[in-house]
Design a protein around this ligand. Structure first.
Ligand code: ADP
Ligand code: 5GP
Length: 205
């Protein structure tokens, strides 16, 4: 079977796609869950954010993020190229409006991995978005997962852990997220999210 991801028959101009937001503290499992969702939801694509954070060796420019200079990021803010943008742990992050608009117009599901500040902006701009916050089973598990990523030194891990506690408090604010999902067993988490997507979209995931 040829891969028909880009064929015209693949798009659904008669219906808008689903804007799906995944948020959660660093290390909770968002990247892992997002990969699984992208495999399970037909025509879903990942929103490649822009960031001023340095690229890690495991990341690819244009695939995981668009890695931009401070000046380039600021220029794009001035040109209103971002659907939302925020500062997180000293760096800037933003969702590029064009990619989201194109995906939605083609009837695709577009998956955003963004923080709580970004989620709030999306909630206001796009009331039809489905916003899900991923919680860790507990603090000890979150610390274990942050360390398992082998991405930062212990000081950075502790900063992200402190940030996580603040984010979890914000996420529990009423009417910000549509659902809070605990990522204990990965398969169950993915099933639960697929159920939410199906319910929202009124169609099979
Ligand atoms: P995030 O993108 O939220 O920072 P990652 O997807 O990179 O998180 O996951 C952080 C670590 O936790 C990774 O080592 C990943 O394999 C692991 N992980 C993710 N989900 C689970 C889970 N349900 N149970 C145990 N480990 C998990
Ligand atoms: P990381 O540096 O671990 O890749 O991401 C740090 C945080 O930034 C995570 O909470 C992630 O969800 C968030 N993030 C990534 N891209 C964006 C974005 O485009 N906008 C916003 N607001 N947050 C983002």
């Amino acid at each position: 079977m040829p891969d028909d991801r880009t064929s015209p028959a693949d798009s659904h101009p008669d219906r808008r796609g689903l804007l799906l937001v995944l948020s959660g503290p660093s290390g909770v499992g968002k990247t892992t869950i997002a990969r699984r969702l992208l495999e399970s939801i037909p025509r879903a694509e990942f929103s490649v954010s822009a960031t001023t954070r340095p690229r890690t060796p495991a990341e690819r420019d244009g695939v995981d993020y668009h890695f931009l200079s401070d000046a380039d990021f600021a220029r794009r803010v001035d040109r209103s190229e971002f659907l939302e943008h925020a500062e997180y742990a000293g760096f800037r992050y933003g969702t590029l409006r064009d990619q989201v608009e194109n995906a939605l117009a083609a009837g695709r599901t577009i998956l955003l991995d963004i923080d709580v500040q970004g989620a709030r902006q999306v909630r206001d701009a796009r009331p039809d978005a489905l916003l899900i916050f991923i919680l860790p089973p507990g603090e000890a598990e979150l610390l274990d997962r942050l360390r398992a990523r082998r991405r930062e030194d212990e000081a950075a891990i502790q900063r992200r852990f402190a940030q996580a506690q603040r984010e979890i408090a914000v996420a529990k604010e009423p009417r910000l997220y549509d659902a809070l999902v605990v990522n204990d067993d990965l398969d169950q988490t993915v099933e639960e999210i697929l159920g939410l997507v199906t319910a929202r979209a009124g169609r099979g995931p």
